[in-house]
Design a protein around this ligand. Sequence first.
Ligand SMILES: Cc1cc2nc3c(=O)[nH]c(=O)nc-3n(C[C@H](O)[C@H](O)[C@H](O)COP(=O)(O)OP(=O)(O)OC[C@H]3O[C@@H](n4cnc5c(N)ncnc54)[C@H](O)[C@@H]3O)c2cc1C
Length: 549
Amino acid sequence: MDIPYLQRRYLVSFASRRLPHIFTDVLVIGSGAAGVRAAIEAARHGEVILMTKHAQTESNTWHAQGGMAVPTDAARDLDAHVADTLAAGGELCDEAVARDCLAAAPRHLQELREWGVTFDTDDGELQLGREGGHHKPRIVHADGDSTGRAIMLGLLDRARQTPNLKIFDECFALDLLTDPPEAGSDARCVGALTDHPRFGMQIIRARTVILASGGAGVLWRETSNPPVATADGIAMAFRTGVALTDLEMMQFHPTTLYVAGASRSLISEAVRGEGAKLVDRNGHRFMPDYHEMAELAPRDIVSRAILDVAARSGSSRVYLDVRDLGAEFFAGRFPGIDRACREFDIDPGEDLIPVFPAAHYMIGGLRADMEGRTSLSGLFACGEAACTGLHGANRLASNSITEALVFGARCGDRAGREAADDDGKFTARDVDWTVQRSDRTELDLADIRNSLRSIMWRNVGILRSGPRLAETLEIIQFWGRYVLDKEFFSDPGGWEAQNMLTTAWLVTELALRRTETRGVHFREDFPQTDPIWKRHQIIRRTAHQLVVE
Ligand SMILES: Cc1cc2nc3c(=O)[nH]c(=O)nc-3n(C[C@H](O)[C@H](O)[C@H](O)COP(=O)(O)OP(=O)(O)OC[C@H]3O[C@@H](n4cnc5c(N)ncnc54)[C@H](O)[C@@H]3O)c2cc1C
């Protein structure tokens, strides 16, 4: 059977010479912490366009609560912070990357403060929170539990004042343009095909492109991520043939507010860091039965413990007990979470808070070095869309904003320099691409999205097994034949569905191949960690073939 995910190099038919062109030195896709930080840096070297598919504030970063992990006293805490990162990472972290990233973190924190981001302090000293897997408090936060929002307001403000930097909102990146279209050692990324509700399809030609398009949480029915996290970047990168890695490593957050019918909102790990306890429906505190760090054990362990307890007690949820913290303290330290609870008539001072795990952070992504370089010339990646090796098989809490800032800045610098060094003309050849017309039945895209999210949650979620993964692969392949054969939709939701299916197929393929348990990847049929698997899986597309190394 033809695999639909391998056939398409571009999602739509187009002839580049007939489309309006915009030219820039560096194109950045995504307005989260990684993209904005990269754009600010790149603009020191030339003209930059930063594009984002909805409002500038729509991103995972905006919703980050707990904070940013920083060895604030780098001389004394760096080694311990690196050790915690490696311990969580299931032997797949790159220690050099971890050391380099975390050593740079205090400088980036200082920079944010200089750019006007106010972090929470006590008597002038930064307040430090603690989260799962950290052996000591080292998480800085802002506005209690609105750290992401505070950081993004500071970064976007800085970006708006940066000369050479233009921001395009509501501009959807459909595909990365390469010359030639099919990957080979000579291929180079030369821009992107974009769609805008007012200007329609356009081509943005760039000397270098930075993909900072974030994560993939929306692929799972239960997720902490906002609706933009549909894995577009991973899917469009796959179509170019660039190397992707560790896509089976999806981190599930143990505690999202679990109220039937409502979207899941995160209850930050910092709440457990302040002393909240996890209890079952009978009020029994269960985490000490599972791990010596109890509620602050690494996320994979807490998530599996919650599933286990819920299954044993025949319940669909467990509970966070924050009553000992006191209603006043809780509302002051976690104002956003307090509000979210009260919207559902839950008074954290009096009531238990119902919680359950949800898909949270895509550890895998475009294989990238510390300067964001990928296997495709001219294409860079940073933030959640990239995989640098910092997180290994399990991300240590609050290391991701740190990574987005540190490697975002490096990536912007490198892409900006490379663009500045290339003072030639925009010489890429025209692209003429035709998608074969298909008469297959049109499936309802909303149904497909829901069904995909549901099966990903059930079969490619926290607990996985070979037969279920194989079955899921078959089903996703089948859907692909009916969804990937279409090209134009009434809005970008159709292309998002195509990207979600493509990425789901890649995640499932790699999860099936990894016949062991490691970090966030738990195989019921292979419950042990296998030293043979102490390696990354790299996946890419050649012209119509899948290559997995
Ligand atoms: C609820 C929540 C809480 C979190 N809390 C923390 C925390 O406390 N500490 C921590 O370190 N991490 C936390 N994380 C994780 C962290 O926020 C993210 O990993 C990190 O911010 C990712 O930054 P990013 O810039 O790579 O991606 P994002 O911030 O997700 O930005 C991606 C951008 O790309 C855009 N985009 C996507 N596709 C396209 C397309 N096709 N065309 C154009 N634009 C596109 C999106 O609209 C968005 O603007 C949290 C995540 C969530 C969801």
